[in-house]
Design a binder for this molecule. Sequence first.
Ligand SMILES: [Zn+2]
Length: 97
Amino acid sequence: MEIIRPVEGLGFKVIGKQCDCCKRDWRSYRSFDEELELFEFTRIEVRAGYAAERFVDGDQLVADLCQYCAYARLGKILRHLGNIFEVPPSSGAGGGG
Ligand SMILES: [Zn+2]
């Protein structure tokens, strides 16, 4: 869950997050490392439709997981789609033959 603080004129500001699984919290003002951890959180949302058998019809649920719990709980079922830091092979570069 997000930890928020009211900010005059802006409404509120997210200053940290607490993992809904392990309950550990990270706050941006404590250290740069803790601020970086906030970017690694995963949010899972469930919207139960009509005739849901495991949830109440129409319920909306959410969980924020730290990277450690996300990996521990979801790591084995997540499909790898690629890597945003991989550079695709250049097309046509060095051609000329
Ligand atoms: Zn956690």
